[in-house]
Design a protein around this ligand. Sequence first.
Ligand code: ADP
Length: 647
Amino acid sequence: MAFRLSRRKNFAGHGQQLWPAFALLAAVVMLPAAGVFWFMNQAMQNEQLAMHQRLSDLYQSQIQVAAERIQNAWVRQSEIIAETIRRHPAAESFGLLVTGGHVDSVLLYRSGELTYPESSAFPVLSAELQTPNWLEARKLEFAKNNPGAAAEAYAGIARQSSRTQETALAWMADARCLNKAGKPPRAIDVLVHTLGESRYRDIQDMQGRSIQLNATLFALQLMKGPGHPLFRQTAASLAKQLSDYQSTSIPSSQRRFLMEQLHSTWPDSFSQFPTYAAEEVAAGFSRIFPNQLSTGRIQPTGTKDLWAYTPTDRSYIALFNQSRLLSFMSSAMGAPKPADGIRLVPTPPGARSTGVQSGKIGDLFPSWELALYLDGTDPFQSAARQRTALYVWMGILMAGGILVLSILLVAYLQRQMRLTRLKNDLIATVSHELKTPLASMRLLVDTLRNGHSHDSQLVHEYLEMIARENARLSSLIEGFLTFSRMERNKAKFEREIVQAKEVVEAAVGALGNRLRSPDCKFSLDMAPAMPPILGDRDALTTVFVNLLDNALKYTGEHKEIQIRGFAENGSLCFEVRDNGIGFPRSAAKKIFDRFYQVDHSLSRQTGGCGLGLSIVQFIVSAHNGSVSAKGEPGQGSTFTVQLPAGG
Ligand code: ADP
């Protein structure tokens, strides 16, 4: 036993000595793998950088192309404005540019002077209004508060005067007094019919305002809204004139005033005039002297979201709402699309863009930028992700390959180790186990040779002993050989139909007298009509020989051994039961291990070497069966063999 324990220790030692080898192996495999991973990582980063660079160059050129398109479109736009101004009078140019959608508003200059919206004219008191007739009429109207008489007086002036402006002014005053005198219908008649004549069309009052248009507004006010039969027609003609920048000469301030009055007084009849906002913006902006602005570029006006542009000759200041500029830029770069999957968004100065890249639009739009957005997935990221996925998979495959190789290598080494250990075990065990019977045989033979050969009784006894030792030796060698064949997977089993009873009886017969001795109570109980087994007759006999041999070896003086055979669930069961020393529960599995013995000191007496049960297990497994052991120390043990029915 001592020798077995020490050998086991040695093997543990072998195992420990092998760990450095495993560590070395791991290092040899892992180091290059780590190196490859490092290089792959570097390559991946470089690849990403290069990809990023390529894409950003591509995008930058897209931005440049779009910026050029915007600048070119702007040049064309300013040419259109300049051309319009050159060809048309100021008011008409204003109307054309605003209604044509070229600008949101515009201020027009000629030789540095604002021509539209014109600066309000100073009132010029006409000499005609100082005549006695006028003074008399005014006296009647204001001092004497006699509007009826005043109306007569103004009408008289109107009829007498040969000057159109004086006539128009007199009719206006006449209408005013008729209204005051409680005769609005007559006042309306004067305002609409008399002053509506075409000769008053371009006649202005002292402030340069159209008398006719003021008269029309006055008439509309007197009509008190759309209920009056003349209202619709009168209103339509006024609205038409206000929208007409070509043939009507109205000062912009009057135009704005009338537009605002019409819309605010009769919002249902007059929607806001399309040029009203432009007029308002221009009027608000007209205080700026054009050379306060720098030329040739879009610049802020100080009003939120309003941008101004004046050309180098400062002939106009075009005003743009930011939204118009943005849509101008968008349509300028619109067709053809710069590239699929990207979107360029013009961004005014100060606005934060979240695009992946941006670039300047150019000198015409200082500080404006084009921000590039990606529609759908970010190609930077998706390209990087693809690469990363590729590298990760390659890495996983490599690591997996390395792992599998390492496992195979380790398994191979372990197998080699196990074989070496077995070989050593076997050699040591064989030589040790063979030594004992050989030594006792030699001793007996020597004793016989040295003179006791005449005592026939003794000779017989000695020969019996020699025969027993010889048999034991043969059985040992047989065991070793079987085991060795088994280990090398060389044991070949015949397949034939074998009757269970025959096998068991053959095993019983093989043990001969040992089972039939007076101190052994042996019983064999085989169920009738058990199915046959498809297997190797000799090998199966060995199974029961080994089990019965153990039962004999590990029982005391009064042996009770029983074999029971029966069929259960389509398989055959055999129980080999004894009333021997049994074994602890913890040993129930281990006793089937090679060379395992519960009590090594006992094996010296019994002559076992711990291979019997492993041979049993090997044979039973080879027949697709199973074997198990149950035992209690001092309570005997039961070995159960289960074999599939065959045949
Ligand atoms: P051995 O040659 O030592 O008998 P085996 O492989 O046949 O080798 O058995 C292994 C060990 O199992 C034995 O050494 C013994 O300790 C235990 N053993 C086997 N059969 C019995 C049994 N019937 N009763 C008690 N112990 C047993």
